[in-house]
Design a protein around this ligand. Structure first.
Ligand code: NAD
Ligand code: MG
Length: 395
């Protein structure tokens, strides 16, 4: 069997670690080209040594000396900064995992597509901020994008052999996150530590908090719309506390295909790694009799305004996804830093969307530059909205 060249961006994170776990189980099948990470350079260097990578890249310039020290004598190249991550993504590879968290994941993913690599996309922010650009770039370069988000992998799998024109609805399930059983009145005082513990999935801190606020599901509705080209009104979020059914696709004949599996990202990652084949994966096999039942409830859109905002963003299209995501990331930073209440994140995002609705930038073309500019402006505007709330509190 020919060895496949693979790169993992966001290698030190939750998705990155699971990806390297699978790759490490079949070391003769892969040549690891590039790995990237953030400040955790000891882990990055350890992963690079263990998987014999060609290059390890940290996102931060000030982390380069430490990374270099950790890699001394290994013969592994090292580099730092956003530009160096993109350059690493330009190194020829057959399969590239996009698992950086946030808008920073877009540029390396685009670079991977431009060199024709298959892009395994965990970084949902790429589709939210620049879906059209990403999918068109893939098409132009004959490259393939495979969804890694569990819900989207589930939909992708349910659609194998089907005609997308026969899809009537797509149901995207949500666990409900850390606060699903909290009274609404208590949410205003919810702390970052409380929001950072997920009932079912073991994920990075940012997506875990986004799960509690349903901003993660909001991003995923947009992701579904952008990836599968399905009309917004055909995409339904559904709370399913057990997180066993990841998504359901309903067809025009009334048939529904549900994708079921344990909440273990190695299924979706492994599916993308082996696609178009299916190979054995080290995930738990479900015992339905022991599970007993699956339950569902409708998400309360008053409790989760992020879902309504996602619909507005899908209707507006264009660069509004970059505004939504940039404002969300800024509001999330402020929540983590203790500068913003849990229930204030959605209003800050909404205020930013409103403030930027008429901006000339938004009616322009979608390019990597305009997406980055929009993202930046959204963070600035969201920062103003956050400061206005802080000074109101101090009055
Ligand atoms: P994580 O926080 O565990 O890891 C994030 C990775 O990105 C780390 O390697 C970190 O060093 C790197 N990183 C952070 N900021 C960066 C920046 N500015 N520039 C470059 N690198 C940076 O996150 P995660 O949970 O693994 O999630 C990664 C992506 O996958 C996110 O887009 C998330 O929404 C998506 N996702 C995650 C899961 C999951 O189960 N964890 C499921 C579905 C989708
Ligand atoms: Mg998901």
């Amino acid at each position: 069997m020919t060895r496949r060249r693979v790169s993992v961006f966001g290698a030190t994170g939750s998705i990155g670690g699971n990806t390297l776990d699978l790759i490490g189980r079949a070391p003769d099948s892969y040549d690891v080209i590039a790995l990237s990470g953030g400040r955790n350079v000891a882990l990055l260097a350890d992963l690079a040594r263990r998987h014999n990578a060609q290059i390890a890249v940290t996102a931060y310039d000030d982390c380069l000396p430490a990374l270099r020290d950790h890699l001394a004598g290994s013969g592994i190249d090292c580099a730092a900064g956003a530009g160096a991550i993109v350059a690493a993504a330009e190194r020829p590879a057959d399969w590239v995992m996009s698992a950086i968290v946030g808008a920073a994941g877009l540029a390396p993913g685009m670079a991977a597509l431009k060199q024709g690599a298959t892009l395994a996309l965990a970084n949902k922010e790429s589709l939210v901020t620049a879906g059209t650009l990403l999918m068109e770039t893939a098409k132009r370069h004959g490259a393939i994008v495979l969804p890694v988000d569990s819900e989207h992998s589930a939909v992708f799998q349910a659609l194998i052999g089907e005609d997308i024109a026969t899809v009537e609805r797509i149901v995207i399930t949500a666990s409900g996150g850390a606060f699903r059983d909290w009274p609404l009145a208590d949410l205003a005082r919810a702390t970052p530590a409380q929001a950072s513990s997920h009932p079912n999935w073991d994920m990075g801190q940012r997506i875990t908090i986004d799960s509690a606020s349903m901003f993660n599901k909001a991003l995923e509705l947009i992701e579904t719309h952008e990836f599968f080209g399905i009309a917004p009104e055909r995409i339904e979020p559904l709370i399913h506390p057990e997180s066993m059914i990841h998504a359901m696709v309903g067809f025009v004949d009334g048939g529904i295909m549900a994708h079921v599996g344990p909440p273990d990202m190695r299924h979706a990652i492994g599916f993308a790694l082996h696609w178009p084949e299916r190979r054995a994966l080290p995930v738990e096999r479900l015992d339905f009799a022991a599970l007993g039942q699956f339950t569902f409830r409708a998400p309360d859109e008053a409790r989760y305004p992020a879902l309504r905002l996602a619909r507005e963003v899908m209707q507006a299209g264009g660069l509004s996804g970059a505004v939504f995501n940039g404002a969300k990331e800024r509001a999330l930073d402020a929540f983590i830093d203790g500068d913003l209440g849990f229930l204030e994140m959605a209003p800050v995002v909404e205020e930013t969307l409103t403030a930027m609705a008429g901006d000339a930038l938004l009616s322009g073309q979608m390019t990597l530059d305009t997406v980055a500019e929009t993202d930046h402006l959204a963070r600035v505007r969201a920062g103003e909205a956050i400061r206005a709330r802080q000074s109101k509190r101090q009055d």
